[in-house]
Unconditional design. Structure first.
Length: 341
């Protein structure tokens, strides 16, 4: 049986109607909403053929049809009219992401949070191995008489912060002087190079012992974290708004899927090599995500590394809009992370 143009148009209409309603789609609904000039009986016959071809399923005998993963894959590959970054909403998306990032410290994490807010889906972000990221500044920020916040900033955003205890006699001017000296000596060095220098300062520099201890601990933390990829999931609560997850058991399943951090990290590592990627249901290779899809975009971090950022939602997501959103997010994130401090 051939998937001709008429069947494709009807399948596209079914997919788009189901994305909006999350309800099985009947032939009468297609006839009323879409100007195909076909009778309800003709549309019903075509829907039956599409079901036989594996694009649709019928939950109940008297119900309409529901698209399956094969239908969404065809929709994404051949049917969706995906616009580029020059579409009217792209600049608004870009400015929204930038404004959110300016309000938060971590560039990558705040972009993921902005994406989750924009789309009302869960977002996921992978920060790649960070040995090659270069330090732009190191700051000791006074918090109280006996404590300060030690912050390392890289060309990939805030890398690490840690509270350290300081001596009562170490005033703001002294902390600023230490910060300035460290920034001058560590600026543009990789994290690996900085770790060695920070360990040397912690042993030999004539500074407050508490500050030196904090610097040594920060160097150890950077060494542990910079050799591995990291993953963050944001906005999982948005998933509970959709009718698919109104049932408690289904809600637990989707939240469990979002906790599959090792599997999600492996998936995003693969997708970091592609500008855009859509994985629908079983294509994720994660059993708990059989009824979920993930759309990802890659971004550039520092000089050579690539990360990935994505949206996770039910298989009936509006793919054309999400492809535009992820393309804009990926390019915007790359621009921000490659801009010199």
């Amino acid at each position: 049986m051939k998937l001709d143009e008429r069947k494709k148009r009807i399948l596209q209409a079914i997919v788009e109607d189901y994305i909006l309603t999350a309800a099985p789609v009947g032939s009468r609904a297609i006839q009323d909403k879409y100007p195909f000039g076909l009778s309800s009986a003709t549309i019903r016959n075509e829907m039956s053929d599409l079901e036989d071809m594996g694009y649709l399923m019928q939950p109940h005998v008297s119900a309409g049809r529901v698209p399956v993963a094969k239908a969404y894959r065809l929709y994404v590959d051949d049917l969706a009219d995906c616009q580029g970054e020059d579409c009217p909403q792209a600049e608004a998306l870009r400015q929204h992401i930038i404004s959110r990032v300016h309000q938060l410290g971590d560039v990558v994490a705040s972009t993921a949070e902005a994406l989750s807010e924009l789309t009302n889906y869960a977002s996921v972000v992978m920060m790649p191995k960070q040995e090659e990221l270069r330090i732009t500044s190191l700051q000791l920020i006074p918090i109280s008489r006996a404590s300060a916040l030690l912050v390392v900033v890289t060309d990939g955003g805030i890398m690490r912060d840690s509270f350290v205890h300081v001596a009562d006699g170490l005033d703001n001017d002294a902390l600023y002087a230490i910060s300035r000296m460290l920034s001058e000596r560590l600026r543009n060095r990789t994290l690996g190079e900085a770790q060695e220098l920070m360990r040397a300062y912690a042993l030999h520099a004539p500074w407050d012992p508490a500050v030196l201890s904090g610097i040594a601990e920060l160097a150890a933390q950077l060494e542990r974290q910079s050799s591995s990829d990291s993953l963050k999931v944001s906005g999982a609560h948005h998933m509970l708004k959709y009718p698919e997850y109104s049932d408690v058991a289904k809600a637990r399943e989707v939240l469990a899927a979002l906790n599959e951090t090792d599997s999600l990290l492996s998936l995003l590592k693969e997708d970091a090599g592609s500008d855009l990627m859509v994985r629908i249901g079983p294509e994720t290779g994660i059993p708990t995500m059989e009824e979920l899809s993930i759309v990802t975009a890659s971004y550039q971090v520092g000089r050579r590394h690539r990360g990935a950022i994505g949206i996770i939602g039910p298989t009936r997501m509006p793919y054309p809009q999400l492809l535009v959103t992820l393309r804009v997010a990926g390019s915007t994130l790359s621009q921000m992370l490659s801009t010199p401090a």
